[in-house]
Each structure stands twice: as C-alpha cells, then as structure tokens.
Design a binder for this molecule. Structure first.
Ligand SMILES: [Zn+2]
Length: 114
C-alpha cells in the first residue's frame, strides 16, 4: 500500500525532528500533498491511525491538505486548475500543450507537540 509507506516516511521525519527539539509527544501534524502524488487523503489518515499506537503520535491528529496543480496553456496563457476528469486540455482554446506547475509536492507543513 503506497500510502502506508509514505506515512511511515512522514512519521520518521517528524519523529527525528521532534527528538532534536526535545519534544516527546505530538499533538498535531499537518501534511500537504500535491494532487499529482496520487496519494489519497483518506488512505493517509487510515495509515496514520494504523501506525500511531505506541508511538509519540499516539494522541496526535493528522490534517491533510491537498495542493492543486497549476496549469498554464502555452498558446493563450490561460491559467487553470488541473481537472482529473477533463485532463490536460486548455479550457479556453482546446490546446493540449500545457505547462504544469506544482502538484507533486509532499511535505509536513508543521507539527505541534510538547
Ligand atoms: Zn489555451
């Protein structure tokens, strides 16, 4: 399961950082995931719940924010959000030569602990 290994990496990263800051209990983790990572927020939340017992995340809550990819048509310069159903077609002129920016990021925005 893709999301389980992603979440394992996230928790390891936060744990390492928490250790350095002498934080021994995490209350909240906010994760930003790009639309193009194909990670499902529900699956990430599920993975988080499955992994947290017995760790410093035992009482923590997870917030997942989805970051949309930004697209720009190379012909008419129209900017638009990537629509999974519509695909990479300019909504204004129908051009398929589209530049995609962002949407592939995945990072911990912040975490809170004590
Ligand atoms: Zn266009």
């Amino acid at each position: 399961m893709h999301e389980l290994s992603l979440m394992q990496n996230v928790l390891q990263t936060v744990e390492l950082s928490a250790e350095q800051h002498h934080i021994c209990r995490i209350n909240k983790v906010k994760l930003v995931i790009g639309q193009l990572t194909m990670a499902l927020p529900d699956s990430l939340l599920f993975a988080f719940e499955a992994l947290k017992p017995g760790t410093i995340f035992a009482n923590a809550s997870l917030v997942v924010e989805e970051q949309k990819a930004r697209c720009q048509c190379r012909r008419c310069r129209q900017e638009f959000e990537l629509d999974e159903f519509y695909g990479l077609v300019c909504p204004q002129c129908g051009n398929i030569d589209i530049q995609v920016q962002g949407g592939d990021e995945m990072y911990v925005d912040f975490y809170e602990g004590e």
